[in-house]
Design a protein around this ligand. Structure first.
Ligand code: 13P
Ligand code: SF4
Length: 334
């Protein structure tokens, strides 16, 4: 066992526990044991590695994960995802311990919207309400009126009276997509996801040509020219459901490639082709999501660090728009 001072020092220095693990240890069995011992729940986003998705108690998109976090009775929430997601779980569970395998697991979209800059932006647009995509820090949530995710964004925007002016942050691509779908004019913050922004239009068009029967499915964080190629656009959960319900045998998947694990499990006889990015990689991984590993997950459960903490005053302000989103979602059966 590590000493408490060693644990804290390692977490401070690296953002995770870097202890060596006996390679003979069955991590799946150990994690299952820890779950029972600690009354812990593992919540994993679909962009996590397949091993992490397999050991999780619940896998989902950002909305599903927030809803699970809201209703869990576990004492320890182990969040296999990125920081803003674990922070969301903590906002909904101020009296529970929430741990994240690697505190460095951030998000380029959340980083593109620093609270101090956003406060000025908001002041420059008085009489607007703020709808923020859940992919933002607690600091941005605290400056927002309602939160949304890619699953409920259209319904959330439509829940606001038509004459009410709206600022949408931080994802300009999702914002532009919602504007198109709802006909609402919104002021957009200039942020984007580094993963969804770099899909290659040219390579996607080439794949379509090579697989003429394949359906193209895309996440609304992608840029408009890429979205124009899609047969279906939706959140990760919506994309997964589409592949199960649509009779097509082949799908070109234009989102982070981790979701393909669930698509393949649900549809073993169908073919899923990851859409390539502009660089030389064949598929598109989120480098933040992929910082979490099974080893880090095990250590984080064993030692209950790194813990996600939010200052109390900030938490109260950030929780309000999040609760609003969950209420609106529930009223629409989402
Ligand atoms: P959803 O989980 O809402 O599909 O969003 C995808 C994403 O980029 C999460 O970081
Ligand atoms: Fe952030 Fe994009 Fe990674 Fe999602 S996929 S965590 S939006 S950088």
């Amino acid at each position: 066992m590590m000493m408490e001072s060693e644990i804290l020092e390692a977490v401070k220095k690296f953002g995770y526990l870097n202890q060596r693990i006996d390679p003979a240890l069955d991590l799946f069995a150990e994690i299952e044991k820890l779950k029972k011992e600690k009354n812990a729940i593992i919540l994993a986003h679909y962009y996590q590695d397949a091993d992490i998705q397999d050991i999780a108690d619940y896998r989902g998109d950002s909305l599903g994960l927030a809803q699970q976090a809201e209703k869990t009775t576990a004492d320890l929430i182990v969040f296999a995802g990125v920081h803003f997601m674990a922070e969301t779980a903590k906002l909904l569970n101020p009296n529970k311990k929430v741990v994240l395998p690697d505190l460095n697991a951030g998000c380029s979209l959340a980083d593109s919207c620093p609270p101090e800059d956003f406060r000025k932006f908001k002041e420059a647009h008085p009489n607007h309400i703020v709808i923020s995509y859940i992919n933002c820090t607690a600091g941005i949530k605290a400056l927002s009126d309602i939160i949304c995710t890619s699953s409920n964004a259209i319904k959330i925007v439509e829940s606001v009276p038509a004459d009410q002016k709206i600022i949408f942050a931080p994802d300009k691509n999702l914002g532009a997509y919602i504007m198109k779908k709802t006909g609402r004019d919104m002021i957009l913050w200039d942020g984007a996801c580094m993963v969804h922004e770099i899909f290659s239009l040219e390579k996607i068009m080439k794949l379509k040509h090579q697989h003429p029967k394949a359906k193209v499915i895309a996440h609304p964080e992608c840029e408009d020219p890429v979205l124009k190629q899609a047969d279906f656009i939706g959140s990760t959960t919506a994309l997964l459901n589409y592949t199960s319900h649509n009779p097509a045998d082949e799908f070109i998947v234009v989102t982070e490639s981790g979701i393909i694990h669930q698509m393949q499990l649900a549809n073993p006889h169908k073919t899923f082709i990851p859409a390539p990015p502009e660089n030389n990689c064949a598929c598109n991984d989120c480098p933040h999501m992929k910082l979490n590993t099974l080893e880090k997950l095990y250590l984080c459960m064993k030692y209950e660090v790194p813990e996600v903490l939010i200052p109390e005053e900030l938490a109260a302000d950030a929780l309000r728009p999040l609760k609003r989103m969950l209420e609106i979602s529930a009223s629409h059966g989402l």
